[in-house]
Design a binder for this molecule. Structure first.
Ligand SMILES: Nc1ncnc2c1ncn2[C@@H]1O[C@H](COP(=O)(O)OP(=O)(O)O)[C@@H](O)[C@H]1O
Ligand SMILES: [Mg+2]
Length: 458
């Protein structure tokens, strides 16, 4: 007899360990008090509690048009807190992350980059009532005719469909376009379909459980669903969520005709969208909202390293914050008092005063040794590395002396070194080795100063 052995599958899916993958939330209790170690977050309690309040207000729609500034030295968890905010907000609230440097592109205007980012953060939930024919196909009869240019070829001309629900059975006649869709989608008896009464778009919803085909075959690729209830022709509510940016794009495409251009180039290339289109989209959205057919979900635009924005960008943001359809903007910066980019005016964090004025500021502070140790422990778990106690102590010391970020990086390097040496856990030796091979910022600048005259600095 042949021996058959099962090979254990190695594919565990794509997994990437990023700098913030250990952050699962803000780690607050139900009274929004920070629990020292929770959801991958450690310490920085005040900032986390402040962020918790911000999240609550965002969820209640009370904060749109406001700015939140995260200010603190490098490596104190500003980005980590922003990531935690996005985790707390959940999937339904759009959260867009960008860096201040992204506005400097040679292809697009700075304001264009910003406005697109802003519009990606505003979700529009649209409710639409549409008339549809819906039912299980009980009979389908496609009539064909000779192709106008090629009499030997047959093309569909019309279709007679019998649709069945739990309540009634109805036979309808439809033209060539619907007949074609029926053939293309391989729709036969037993399928549950939906035909838009207005546009004639056919959707194949699956296989009816009550049909003969649905009962006979256990193995079928199509999903099994119950036979629809109610009338065959009915009004149904459809709900979909788009962002303003999506709607801009759809409108721009439609306006360009999409015809020949998309035929040859596979879709119209829209680098920049006219203000005109955006105004039209805004108007139609506002109308839908007034009619109760749409709901706005303002999301969050997080701009990391926002001291890299310049005066032009700030003034644009300031104006955008005053319009009706705006998201919550979170700015992170590690600058103290510095010049506003594009000017020689000094200002706190390098932001214009009127922007600072209308913002709430959350400060992050440097960590004590205990928090650093805990963060390193969490990171070790994230990287699936076991770390000896004394190695962890050494890393904690390095973190307190230079920076948390440097210690986090050394941890993954040390873990790599341990793997190379075929060790099960990370030892002090691993930490010392990588610490001697790599430099932290302080060492790097000392090193560069030493060779200042020999290195080029232009
Ligand atoms: N309070 C915290 N709890 C857990 N991990 C943190 C915390 N603060 C920072 N980190 C982690 O430390 C590293 C550096 O923090 P980061 O958020 O990049 O700092 P910043 O944006 O302020 O420069 C990241 O890997 C981050 O996820
Ligand atoms: Mg950061």
């Amino acid at each position: 007899m042949a021996t058959i052995k099962e090979v254990p599958s190695k594919t565990t899916g794509f997994e990437r360990i990023g700098a913030h993958t250990h952050i699962k939330g803000l780690g607050l209790d139900k009274d929004l008090r920070a629990i020292k170690v929770k959801d991958g977050m450690v310490g920085q309690e005040k900032a986390r509690e402040a962020a918790g309040l911000v999240v609550q207000m965002i969820k209640e729609g009370k904060l749109s048009g406001k700015t939140v500034i995260l200010a603190g030295p490098p490596g104190t968890g500003k980005t980590a807190i922003a990531v935690a905010i996005s985790r707390e907000l959940g999937m339904n609230v759009p959260f867009i992350q960008m860096s201040g440097s992204e506005i400097y592109s040679s292809e697009r205007k700075k304001t264009e980059v910003l406005i697109e980012a802003i519009r990606k953060c505003i979700g529009v939930e649209i409710h639409e009532m549409r008339k549809v024919y819906e039912g299980e196909v009980a009979g389908v009869d496609i009539r064909t005719t000779a192709h106008p240019y090629n009499p030997y070829q047959k093309v569909p001309e019309s279709v007679r469909l019998t649709l069945k629900t739990t309540k009634q059975e109805k036979t309808i006649e439809a033209g060539a376009s619907i007949a074609q869709q029926i053939i293309q989608q391989g729709i036969t008896e037993g399928n549950v379909i939906q035909i838009d009464a207005e546009t004639g778009r056919v959707a194949n919803l699956g296989l009816s459980m009550e049909s003969t085909r649905g009962k006979t075959y256990d193995v079928d690729t199509s999903e099994k669903i119950p036979r629809p209830a109610g009338d065959v022709l009915k009004e149904k509510e459809f709900v979909y969520t788009l962002t303003l940016a999506d709607m801009d794009e759809i409108n721009a495409r439609n306006r360009m005709g999409g015809g020949m251009f998309s035929l040859f180039f596979g879709g119209a290339e829209t680098k920049e969208i006219d203000t005109e289109i955006r105004t039209a989209v805004d108007e139609s959205v506002k109308k839908l909202v007034a009619e109760g057919k749409a709901f706005i979900h303002p999301g969050v635009l997080f701009i990391d390293d926002s001291h890299l924005l310049d005066l032009e960008a700030f003034s644009f943001l300031g104006r955008a914050l005053e319009s009706e359809l705006v998201p919550i903007i979170i700015l992170a910066t590690n600058r103290g008092v510095t010049t506003i980019r594009g000017t020689d005016i000094k200002s706190p964090m390098g932001f214009p005063l009127d922007l600072v004025d209308r913002s709430v500021i959350i400060a992050t502070n440097e960590y004590d040794a205990e928090s650093i140790r805990e963060i390193l422990r969490i990171r070790a778990r994230e990287e699936k590395a076991t770390v000896d106690d004394d190695a962890l102590e050494r890393l904690t010391g390095i973190g307190a002396k230079s920076s948390l970020r440097y210690a986090v990086q050394l941890l993954s390097l040390a873990a790599q070194n341990a793997t190379t040496m075929k060790r099960k856990s990370v030892t002090v030796e691993d930490v010392e080795r990588v610490d001697s091979l790599f430099m932290d910022v302080g060492e790097a600048s000392e090193h560069l100063r030493k060779y200042e005259e020999k290195l080029m600095y232009h």
